[in-house]
Ligand binder design. Structure first.
Ligand SMILES: O=P(O)(O)OC[C@H]1O[C@@H](O)[C@H](O)[C@@H](O)[C@@H]1O
Length: 192
């Protein structure tokens, strides 16, 4: 695990050095991917536009956040911003990284809640939206657009969590996969 963490820290350093110009965008992405945003921002808007999807968003947000907390209790998971100091591995050559006001999440880090809840919640919106686009336009290109935006948004959220040192890359990846898996399981339960 130590090797994965060390690689993760160097990746975060490289990211901070190469994406410094995108800092504000990444900080916004991190806020938009916050599980709280799913309930406080996304749910009201979607509920206003389409009641059933809005209610599905609320359910998926609550359940995926709960599953994420349970997974964190089981897996725990260090966070880079505290692990860099605690590991004592970098005393000779500390990584050139900086923290941000939103870096200091106090709980365990595995899997990323931002990645998991965003992947689960946005899928509930994107999937019917793509079907609607397909039915209305008949164009595969236009119906692929919601999926493209979904991938881009999740990419920004995931990168932002590594950028601000809140997560190691493997925790973000685990969050994205768990969010997708959550939707799979949820739709199987709903269809039975
Ligand atoms: O695991 P992450 O991505 O740090 O996010 C999880 C936490 O992010 C916080 O910002 C939220 O207030 C918590 O509700 C949430 O559990």
């Amino acid at each position: 695990m130590e090797g994965i963490h060390v690689q993760g820290v160097w990746m975060a350093e490289a990211l901070q050095q190469s994406c410094g110009d995108w800092r504000d965008l990444l900080l916004v992405a991190s806020h938009l991917g916050d599980p709280k945003a799913a309930v406080l921002l996304i749910f009201p808007v979607v509920f206003y536009l389409h009641r059933r999807t809005g209610i599905a968003v609320l359910w998926v947000a609550a359940l995926s956040e709960w599953v994420n907390l349970v997974l964190k209790w089981i897996l725990f998971g260090e966070r880079p911003y505290w692990w860099i100091g605690e590991s004592g591995l970098f005393s000779g050559s500390p990584p050139q990284v900086q923290q941000f006001p939103s870096t200091c999440e106090t709980g365990p880090g595995s899997p990323s809640g931002h990645a998991m809840v965003s992947a689960a919640v946005w899928w509930v919106i994107v999937s019917p939206l793509a079907s609607l686009c397909c039915a209305r336009t008949g164009s595969k290109l236009i119906s692929a657009l919601p999926y493209l935006l979904y991938v881009m948004f999740l990419g920004c959220v995931g990168i932002s969590r590594i950028f601000i040192l809140a997560h190691f890359p493997h925790q973000v990846l685990a969050g994205l996969l768990a969010g997708q898996k959550f939707d799979d399981t949820e739709s199987k339960i709903c269809s039975t």
